[in-house]
Design a protein around this ligand. Structure first.
Ligand code: UDP
Length: 578
């Protein structure tokens, strides 16, 4: 394959690639350039093409994959960039592992999670099958220690693997709201240091939400036999959950019945957990590779106005679906049970990033009906094209093997190659590599202070905002430094009003608009949507409860909230915490 010249990449992109992605020798010296990285990935993934009769030359496909990645129009999830064509060869970001109610089962899961973390994948677990604390252990006559105490073992194992792995191992723990240990679980991250390698979420059912609204009690269920084992007041549990989330962001909430209404293969199993950031519900032993299209690179500007270039977007989406389907073939999964499950359902998770940038470019404020309508339109298009591309692949490659055990059985119009096609990932590092806003989030800051290694502080300004500030004649270093300090331009009268309306940041967007945007994307997403509802420090518990209620009513699959400053070590923070 021809290398199409030197890539122009920003300092941030280069730094991230050098630190984590470029191949290194045993001494830590770089063994490849960014161009070689993308070529390694493109060539490896396109090798899968050789197995099919759909007529395309692997080298031509590799060239197309290389082009779409180096134009930063599409990127696969980090493990693919790190491991494709390397010894590890594990390419998926998301896994869910079963945790069975036995010592063997628990320690199998610990070991399997360690193998997955080593390769840069994240693991989700439902701990709902474990018997409750203080239940009898038949073989010893002792008592069980319960889900939360076992989670600490997973946490410690993750901590140790972290040292040698490709990136921080991340875990999700889900416990059903009707598990007898639910109150201990809700409070288990109150001390921020305990369980630091876990995100936790309460798995809520429709029956529970109904009990909350009616003010009644609900049964706790013994996971060993499905029998009731006491009851709790639903409102009390909901208030406790809301209080804890308000206090420090954990736990989140996932709506299990909503998730299972979209389960494409209910005959194969019920979905009990998601991956660590919540965007990918999976069956136990299932994995999924994600990929994201950069919307800010799929635009045209004519006569001073910018719009989505749907033709370019379509071309990118079709290539991306092909890429992700090929990735399933080329990935080496750490367990044969995972390999079997993944190849039976062939789930892929294609999503978008750079949505906030797109809104800046089109001059549409994030917190408006117009932005929500654009979200519906763009994601509706992504979903329809991803499905169509997957159906097209199925014509030559066959539908996913479990299709006759799926909700698509006998439906010619939905004879897909992949049981799911779309997911909105957080794109934490991908968006830095692509130089765009992450996922569907509003930008966190228009200008912020980056501390560099020698202790200096540099003011970094959002490039789209800087371009507008220069074009409209209000750019100054002093103003940019002030914006970095205050965090929002909403009240800065020296900035034209229309600019202030468009350039909103996460904290200018009210919780209602955050949820409405999440719901708009969820309406057109097979899997789930990664989204954080950012709240100012002074937000109340009532506001958190309203957000949860609204997310349930608008059919979101889960909610994550974060109140500014509520965790001590914030990754990003405007300098004057509000
Ligand atoms: N993930 C992980 N460790 C990390 C970041 C991410 O295991 O440090 C996994 C996790 O399953 C998460 C998924 O990767 O839900 C996608 O995260 P993101 O989109 O931020 O990853 P990227 O591909 O941008 O690195």
């Amino acid at each position: 394959m021809e290398k199409s010249g030197m890539l122009t990449i920003s300092d941030n992109t280069r730094t991230v690639l050098e630190r984590r992605y470029l191949k290194k020798d045993t001494e830590g010296n770089l063994e490849e350039t960014p161009e070689e990285l993308f070529m390694r990935v493109a060539t490896c993934i396109a090798e899968a093409e050789g197995a099919y009769e759909d007529g395309l030359e692997p080298s031509a496909v590799a060239e197309a994959f290389y082009r779409v990645m180096t134009e930063f129009k599409f990127l696969p999830n980090s493990p693919t960039l790190m491991n494709a064509g390397n010894d590890l060869g594990q390419l998926a970001a998301c896994f869910v592992l079963p945790v069975e109610d036995s010592l063997d089962g628990i320690f199998d899961a610990v070991k399997n999670a360690a193998l997955i973390h080593k390769s840069g994948g994240g693991t989700g677990f439902s701990f709902s099958r474990l018997r409750a604390k203080n239940c009898r252990v038949g073989s010893t006559g002792g008592v069980a220690s319960g889900p939360v105490s076992f989670m600490k073992i997973f946490n410690t194992a993750t901590e140790q693997v972290k040292q040698g792995g490709t990136r921080r191992g991340a875990n999700m723990a889900i416990l059903r709201v009707d598990h007898p240990d639910i109150l201990e679980f809700i409070g288990c991250k109150e001390d921020n240091e305990a369980l630091n390698n876990f995100n936790i979420s309460v798995g809520v059912t429709d029956a529970f939400m109904q009990a909350v609204r009616q003010g009644g009690d609900y049964d706790l269920i013994d996971p060993r036999n499905g029998e009731p084992r006491g009851s709790l007041n639903a409102r009390t549990v909901y208030e406790t959950l809301v209080h804890q989330a308000w206090f420090n962001g954990d736990p989140g909430i996932v709506f299990l019945d909503r998730i299972n209404r979209d389960n494409p293969t209910p005959e194969i199993g019920e979905i009990e957990s998601t991956n660590p950031c919540g965007e990918q519900p999976l069956l136990p032993m299932e994995a999924c590779n994600l990929g994201s299209v950069n919307l800010s690179r799929c635009v045209v500007t004519e006569g001073g106005t910018t719009r989505v270039d749907y033709e370019a977007l379509k071309e990118t989406l079709w290539l991306a679906v092909r890429f992700l389907d090929d990735t399933i073939e080329m990935s080496r999964y750490p367990l044969s049970a995972i390999d079997e499950m993944v190849k039976g359902n062939r789930k892929i998770g294609l999503g978008v990033m750079g949505f906030a940038d797109l809104l800046f470019m089109m001059g549409i404020p994030y917190n408006t009906e117009e932005a929500v309508a654009l979200a519906e339109k763009v994601m509706g298009f992504v979903q329809a094209e991803a499905h169509e591309a997957s159906r097209h692949l199925a014509v030559s490659r066959g539908p996913f093997p479990n299709i006759d055990k799926s909700v698509f059985k006998g439906d010619e119009n939905r004879a897909y190659r992949n049981a799911t096609c779309t997911t909105i990932a957080p794109t934490g590092t991908l968006s830095i590599i692509a130089g765009c806003s992450s996922g569907i989030e509003p930008v966190f800051a228009l200008s912020f202070v980056r501390r560099v290694m020698d202790g200096d502080e540099l003011v970094e300004v959002n490039p789209l905002f800087e371009a507008t500030a220069r074009a409209r004649g209000f750019y100054s270093d002093e103003l940019m430094a002030r914006i970095a300090k205050v965090g929002t331009i909403a009240h800065m009268e020296e900035i034209p009003e229309d600019v202030r309306a468009v350039f909103v940041t996460a904290h200018d967007v009210s919780p209602e608009w955050h949820i409405r945007m999440q719901a708009a994307f969820q309406n057109h997403t097979d899997n789930a949507v990664s989204k954080t509802v950012n709240l100012p420090r002074q937000a109340t518990e009532d506001e958190v409860r309203d957000i949860y209620d609204m997310a349930f009513d608008l059919c979101c699959k889960g909610v994550t909230i974060y109140r500014d400053g509520s965790k001590e070590n914030q990754v990003l923070s405007v300098s004057d915490a509000k």
